[in-house]
Design a protein around this ligand. Structure first.
Ligand SMILES: *Cc1c(COP(=O)(O)O)cnc(C)c1O
Length: 674
């Protein structure tokens, strides 16, 4: 069978890599490459349900195991449900109704979006990893509640371990025997993790001000409120640490007295209105985020009562935060004595997969800290967090740029490598196991670099730091409900993430094999898109508007001869209408699934935007910034390349080629119809 062009291209890449590394190494690598692929064969249920036997075996085995566990708790207790219960008409009536409803549910779910298929190139979701799915199903009947160890003696520890696993992936300190060890926990998703970042940053920023207001003696407190509010994370944690030690050295009556005085001055006690009324020289701090930031930031500021006015969106260039724009915003803040709570970097934007220059943001934080404007850096890596595995060795060290590059054609750009290398110096990170972690929904994660700050989120203020030890660390976080925004939450989700990270450790040789496939697919997709643009030149202009930073690739299109943005948008929307879920029609009528997004000059930069419009023969004057008909932006197709089977080497099929052939037919058909 003749190989499809993308399959050939993918093979050529791996052959070129082999040639570059010498002949004998080449055969080693070919063998490695093959065994890597075989390993991936076992990871998912598969597009065809190929691994049904494996999953079924696991589910049945561990369901039985659970039943034995019930029976062996007190085997002397007789069965409470009689053995003949199933013969009673009421029982049978119940079972009949249950079956009927389950049949209907199962039938209705056939309309679900086929995330598992390599024909699905839409949003940030794909097949589920068997280790996570099996661990979650196995755990469900035990129903642990990770709110605390009383309700989850096993899975709470797993959740804390997941935090350490993720911390290691990002380069944070992850040895709980060290005082400054990181801490992470799961959330319902990235939205809540971002909210937790806001909460923690605000608590830590305001705490030194409370210490001053309470007039705690003996501590080396900042000289005024502005300085207290601008200590930055390291300074604030050092002060918190000093306060804790001081408190521990007092007798119990003194301790109670001072703890109550400080508590009474805390922002968490007074509320935002009360706190700032008491400190009129301080303004409510702002959050600086790139314009492509996820809308969870807006939600978070509203939820925390800071208000959306306090979210300052910064312009970008090529979908990446502009360091100059950040610098300008910080200079303005310093001049206006406007405190800054967080600078947000996005590692893998939701719409474009682009990576902000985390290194430049870290440099800006350190520079402004020395000028007295302190703020924290939070990285919203809900999407791109797991790409960090591509940059990690099994021993936890960072892989150098040229070594990572050997695996790809273009990835990673120098800036992208620098961004991942700088993660270790940020203050906190959001990452979604339920996105690029290929796990079921309900699994986001928040990780902070230095766990000591978490004391300020504890519901019952406990400033007790046990002398740093693994046992003390674990004991503390077994009361997870004290620290997290939620209360009750699924221990099964923690088990799923933990087991997955154990089966596929978070380095390039294990878990990293998965994102590697997705980046290779994105490179093949990008190349194929360029060939598509040439082949379609007679009827349409097409261009990849910016080089993908990771595994999302966009495609801009315009019918030949058209110069009007509004018409180009209508054309792309019509194409997308055929690429989206349509519950009114049988699923099988859909050839492919894609998604759309838009390009705006504020995110792309004016020059870059003009360049793209020109490449599409669109008149920049028709991009109307004043209209409310959507013609202030350019609608483009967006493809998330997460499915590991986009290039099916087994059968020599490239779903990327099939997609572009389909798209070519649809473009021509649309043009005929209109
Ligand atoms: C998906 C996403 C979020 C929100 O995460 P949820 O899990 O949907 O709550 C936040 N930020 C970014 C960058 C994302 O991609």
């Amino acid at each position: 069978m003749a190989l499809a062009p993308s399959v050939q291209a993918a093979l050529a890449t791996s052959q070129a890599c082999e040639a570059a590394s010498g002949a004998s190494a080449a055969s080693d690598e070919a063998r490695d490459d093959d065994s890597q692929r075989r390993l991936l064969d076992a990871c998912f249920l598969g597009p065809y349900g190929e691994n049904d036997g494996l999953l079924e075996k696991l589910v049945v085995e561990f369901l039985r195991d659970h039943v034995y566990w019930r029976r062996n708790f007190h085997p002397e207790d007789p069965p409470a449900i009689p053995t003949h219960a199933a013969q009673h008409p009421a029982y049978q009536g119940f079972e009949a109704r249950l079956r009927r409803e389950l049949h209907q549910l199962s039938a209705a779910l056939k309309k679900s979006v086929p995330f598992h298929s390599p024909r699905y190139l839409g949003h940030m979701v794909s097949d589920l990893l068997i280790p996570g799915l099996a661990a979650q199903m196995l755990t469900l009947p035990y129903n642990p509640n990770n709110v605390s160890e009383d309700a989850a003696p096993v899975t709470v520890d797993m959740e804390v371990q997941v935090g350490l696993q993720l911390a290691r992936m990002f380069g944070y300190p992850h040895d709980p025997a060290r005082a400054e060890c990181a801490f992470g926990h799961l959330t319902s998703g990235g939205t809540l993790a971002n909210y937790q970042a806001l909460r923690l940053a605000l608590a830590l920023k305001a705490f030194p001000v409370a210490l001053r207001a309470a007039g705690v003696p003996d501590l080396d407190l900042p000289t005024d409120d502005w300085n207290a509010f601008n200590l930055g994370r390291a300074g604030a944690i050092a002060l918190l640490d000093a306060w804790t030690r001081w408190l521990a050295a007092q007798d119990s009556a003194t301790r109670r007295h001072w703890r109550a005085r400080v508590e009474a001055e805390r922002l968490e006690q007074l509320g935002i209105a009360g706190f700032f009324a008491r400190h009129p020289q301080l303004r409510v701090p702002v959050v600086l985020a790139p314009i492509t930031a996820h809308y969870s930031w807006s939600k978070g500021l509203k939820l925390l009562g800071l208000g959306r006015d306090q979210l300052q969106l910064l312009p970008e260039d090529g979908m990446r935060l502009q360091p100059e724009a950040l610098e300008q915003a910080l200079a303005d803040c310093a001049r206006d004595r406007q405190p800054v709570l967080l600078a947000v970097a996005v590692l893998g934007t939701t719409e474009y997969g682009t990576i902000d220059p985390v290194d430049a943001i870290v440099a800006a934080r350190d520079r402004w800290q020395s000028r007295g404007l302190g703020f924290d850096i939070h990285v919203d890596a809900a999407w791109g967090g797991y790409l960090a595995t591509l940059f990690r060795n099994a021993d936890g060290s960072l892989r150098p740029l040229d070594e990572v590059r050997r695996d790809y054609r273009r990835f990673p750009q120098t800036e992208v490598h620098a961004a991942f290398a700088a993660l270790a110096q940020t203050d906190s990170i959001t990452v979604d196991p339920h996105k690029l972690g290929y796990l079921p929904y309900g699994a986001g994660a928040f990780v902070c670099r230095d766990h000591r700050a978490m004391a300020l989120l504890a519901e019952a203020a406990d400033y007790v730091f046990h002398t740093p030890s693994t046992e003390g660390y674990l004991a503390r976080y077994r009361h997870l409900g004290q620290f997290i925004p939620e209360g009750s939450k699924a221990g099964a989700a923690a088990a799923a993430v933990y087991v997955t990270h154990k089966v596929l450790p978070l380095d390039h040789a294990h878990f990293g094999l998965l994102p590697r496939q997705t980046v290779l697919a994105a490179e093949a997709f990008h190349a194929r898109a360029e060939a598509f643009a040439v082949a379609m030149a007679d009827v349409a202009r097409a261009t990849v508007p910016f080089a993908p930073d990771s595994n999302l690739v966009c495609l801009a299109l315009n019918p030949a001869g058209n110069t009007d943005v509004a018409r180009a948008n209508a054309f792309v929307r019509a194409l997308h209408d055929e690429l989206r879920c349509d519950p009114g029609q049988p699923l099988q009528l859909k050839q492919f699934f894609g998604s759309v997004t838009t390009l705006r000059p504020e995110a792309l930069g004016d020059a870059h935007m003009r360049h793209i419009l020109q490449a599409l023969d669109l008149d920049p004057a028709t991009l109307r910034t004043d209209g409310d008909d959507g013609s202030d932006r350019l609608v483009i197709l967006r493809h998330t390349l997460m499915n590991p089977y986009l290039i099916d080497r087994e059968n020599g099929i490239s779903y990327i080629d099939l997609y572009f052939e389909h798209l070519a037919r649809r473009v021509r058909a649309q043009l005929r119809e209109h």
